[in-house]
Design a protein. Structure first.
Ligand code: SAM
Ligand code: SF4
Length: 433
């Protein structure tokens, strides 16, 4: 049996898709990159913005036409499955729709669909549901995510995540560390602890700072990262752990959303730009070379030109290493969806392109400033482009670096002298010795 999987959205979905793939492989499936050859097609979806939903719906339509021809089983998983269950099940060619707490029904539903051509819908909420941790993680790749919590208990007024993923639930730390060890034993060298708001982690008395330190102890000689941090819950103790531990990478993804306190309040983010500036200051003071990345939304309801200019000025001041930038997208059922969406679409687009322009200039300058440095790089892959062969690796601050070298270096840490930059990517050469 062969499966094909397509993933939309955040790292949480990438992690879940990895687990789905693991579950299928344990049940004698093998992966195919071609949906036309698959017996089981899975689409793991995202509801965070309307655009993400539209793209996934269009793709589900295309894949539905494929499965009608090939008689493969088509399953839709993830946040859209949870939010729009029955509506998606009506789509042509769709056989199974399951929400994130119901993945254990996938295999029985696949068998049932093949045997009787019947459909399955399961959007049951099961706060205790977790994928079983497999004991053999060999060949999972050099980079691996480890989920430390699911859901989110914040009330950001624009966000649909709490509605589709439920409240924040922290995974027991023993289970997290067990998965980290299995991944390291299987060859992973760059582990990222993930959750929507990792700083809210709490397993009995154990805080995120403590879990981070324990993860660092579990993998001496391997890299440890984490995402996403929330400025409201970010504590200086996490920055101290980063500063103390050699193997915790110098990267902090800290979504700002807006540079205007008035808009941050309407977004119910629970911090001010002053507090945000303080955290970034502590990071840059205590962790030399730290890369700070962020998320920004333009055109939130009530955002005046003055509020938007504050965001632009804050980006110029804080000089982010990179940013994901979005137009506000009203999500059904959220508090912001009932506010007057008063920034016209064309103006949202204009603000977005102005912000992207400013942010890119800042980020590209920060990359250019790394030229001349020698950086530790984990070699991730060898690529071919025409007759050219080159290696791609990742710095501790999460930038990709392209350089020449033998393929045997894949999986190793090397020192690379940075010769040039293009956008946020770096180009360099091996430093021997
Ligand atoms: N949990 C993370 C946090 O609080 O920073 C982010 C989670 S969300 C999946 C990723 C990003 O999508 C957010 O940081 C925000 O910038 C963006 N986003 C979420 N809802 C949005 C909406 N309704 N419209 C536009 N962007 C949105
Ligand atoms: Fe959404 Fe806010 Fe939770 Fe992030 S912290 S997932 S933006 S509600």
């Amino acid at each position: 049996m062969r499966y094909y999987i397509e993933t939309y959205g955040c790292q949480m979905n990438v992690y879940d898709s990895g687990k789905l793939a693991e579950m299928l492989k344990e049940n004698s499936f093998s992966e195919t990159p071609n949906p036309g050859e698959a017996d089981f097609i899975l689409v793991n979806t995202c509801s965070v913005r309307q655009h993400a939903e539209e793209r996934a719906l269009a793709r589900i339509g295309e894949l539905g036409r494929v499965t009608e021809k090939t008689k493969a089983v088509l399953a839709v998983c993830g946040c859209m499955a949870q939010r729009l269950g029955p509506e998606i099940l009506k789509k042509r060619g769709v056989d199974i729709v399951v929400g994130p707490d119901a993945y254990s029904v996938l295999l029985p539903a696949f068998e049932k669909s093949r045997a009787t051509d019947s459909k399955t819908l399961d959007t049951t909420r099961n706060p205790g549901f977790r994928f079983r941790v497999s004991s053999d993680r060999a060949g999972q790749g050099l980079r691996a995510f480890v989920g430390i919590m699911k859901g989110c208990s914040n009330t950001c007024s624009f966000c649909i995540v709490p509605a589709v993923r439920g409240p924040a639930i922290s995974r027991p730390h023993k289970e997290v560390l067990e998965e980290v060890r299995e991944l390291l034993d299987g060859g992973a060298r760059d582990i990222t602890l993930i959750g929507q708001n990792v700083n809210a982690y709490g397993d009995e008395e154990l805080s995120f700072a403590k879990l981070l330190a324990m993860t660092s102890d579990a993998g001496p000689g391997s890299r440890v990262r984490f995402t996403t941090s929330h400025p409201k819950d970010m504590s200086e103790s996490v920055i101290e752990v980063m500063a103390e531990r050699e193997n915790i990478c110098e990267h902090l993804h800290l979504p700002l959303q807006s540079g205007s306190n008035r808009i941050l309040e309407r977004m119910r983010r629970g911090y001010t730009t002053e507090r945000y500036r303080e955290i970034v200051g502590a990071g840059r003071d205590l962790v030399p070379g730290i890369s700070i990345t962020t998320d920004l939304i333009v055109g939130f309801p009530g955002e005046t030109l003055e509020d938007f200019k504050k965001t632009c000025a804050f980006v110029e001041e804080l000089r982010f290493d990179s940013a994901f930038m979005f137009k506000f997208s009203p999500r059904p059922g959220t508090e912001a969806a009932s506010m007057r969406d008063d920034v016209p679409t064309l103006e949202k687009e204009r603000r977005l392109s102005e912000l992207i322009h400013i942010e890119q200039r800042v980020s590209w300058d920060r990359s250019a400033a790394l030229v001349g440095e020698v950086m530790e790089v984990l070699v991730e892959t060898e690529k071919k482009k025409g007759v050219e062969r080159f290696l791609l690796g990742r710095t501790r601050c999460n930038r990709t670096v392209r350089f020449s070298g033998p393929g045997e270096l894949v999986g190793k840490f090397v020192n690379i002298g940075i010769d040039s930059s293009k956008g946020i990517s770096l180009f360099g050469s091996l430093v021997h010795g």
